[in-house]
Write a protein that binds this ligand. Sequence first.
Ligand SMILES: Nc1ncnc2c1ncn2[C@@H]1O[C@H](COP(=O)(O)OP(=O)(O)O)[C@@H](O)[C@H]1O
Ligand SMILES: [Mg+2]
Length: 517
Amino acid sequence: MSTVHSKAKSAAPENSAPTPNGSGDGLTGGSAPAASGTEHQPRRRVTAEAMAAKQRDISVSEFFAKNRHLLGFDNPRKALLTAVKEAVDNSLDACEEAGIVPEIWAHIETTGVNRFKVGVQDNGPGIVRKQIPLIFGKLLYGSKFHRLRMSRGQQGIGISAAGMYGMLTTGKPVKIVSMTSPKKPAHYFEIQIDTKRNLPEIINGKGDGEDIPSGEKGHKYIVDHGIEWVSHYPDAYRQDEQPRRDHELRSGTRVTIELEGRYVRGRGSVDEYLEQTAIANPHVTIYYIDPDGTETTYARSTTELPREPQEIKPHPYGIELGRLVTMLKDTGAGSMSQFLTTSFSRVSPGVAQRICDTANISTRANPKRIGRQEADALYQAIQNTKISAPATDCISPIGEPLILKGLHHQVPGEFFCAATRPPAVYRGNPFLIEVGLAYGATSSTQKVPLETLTELLAESDARSVRQFLLTTFDGIGAAGAEKILSEAKMGSRQTPSRLEKEEMARLHAASRGSTPR
Ligand SMILES: Nc1ncnc2c1ncn2[C@@H]1O[C@H](COP(=O)(O)OP(=O)(O)O)[C@@H](O)[C@H]1O
Ligand SMILES: [Mg+2]
């Protein structure tokens, strides 16, 4: 018994000394005898005063520059996707808020090894001059954070973080063009974030940005100064035959960010994100140019905008105690009854009365004088009072008919269905789930270019081409595989890695043409 005990004791320091990455070596003194630590008092290294001298504020931007994974810039592939997503989300939010049927240009250009220039432009309301530097050059600055209603962005950190990531990885500033009216000059800014102070630094126009004149002069200015801006809607997608002048953009914003990234296709790619964005937003048209120069247009299937979501007040069930205390301190209401009915949704004077009665607080009490214990009682009373669920008009579902329309438009398939659930509430926050499903077509094969197919075939350890097709492409199904094989006039038993060049080309053509759009 005692030997076991002493063995365990002596084993402990040996086991705990090496840390997984070896970083503990310096502290434990490597292989120094385990007992030595207990014999001598370790020498004090620094005093509290010396530590105090090193303690200081951390700037928001410095923090996020070092913790970029928190913002979706964990690796080059994701960084490219996040940058595109932040810009596109903002464009959609801005257009919907302004009541404009959105058109979005997403351009990705290769500028070097693992380097891309991302340009996203919209026909939204534009941004007024003095706000541009703050929006793109200051983290934690935005319009959606303080309100309770559905939108895509809400942290006020999105687009400036993308710009900062670009600046950190390539040293290039963010470029912004914004126009609020065809009659007014547009604004052009080149901006960097001063990460120490979390403030924008305007680089062009002697620190003031540049104004682009309206009309023809402006077109010339843009060309002469090499500014990127799409000034006209493409003709091909117009149904009317009006003269080109009418195809000119009346307002909009373009942001261009150069960044280090990696462009891939398939799952989690920019291509997939844009396609899904088009499906989930049947009212948007997206013109996409990928790094290979391939142009794809996701045309809208409706000009109907989603219903405008209404801003709501917080629901009492969603408020934590600490927040309740702050609200009591900050309120301008003169009585508890007024405080409860004006600060929260779904609290009528009757409900307020019931909450106060349960908490043993007078409805006429001054909210500012509510003590810690009373606040606690109030919090408990809220949880124990029946309060109706919040209004759900702060969310704006797409709706089943439009999901179906979007799916039909963008995804080949044989069977389609969609469901929009009624809104539900979690801790006072309304939410809603919508699902769309397309089934039965060989869509995934259609997107694969010949080079990729060649690579996939070479790498495959599938025993037959048929097996290769089935395991490589999502949802292709046995029938889909057979169809491709017969169209390619190919036996099903051939080994994927031993195909002739010409056979690969046949297989590629067959896989592309196999599903009528
Ligand atoms: N393309 C745009 N058009 C109009 N306004 C925009 C655009 N992009 C950003 N904004 C404005 O800048 C704000 C900050 O954007 P962002 O940093 O992405 O944070 P968030 O989207 O979370 O508010 C937005 O709330 C919006 O008011
Ligand atoms: Mg945003």
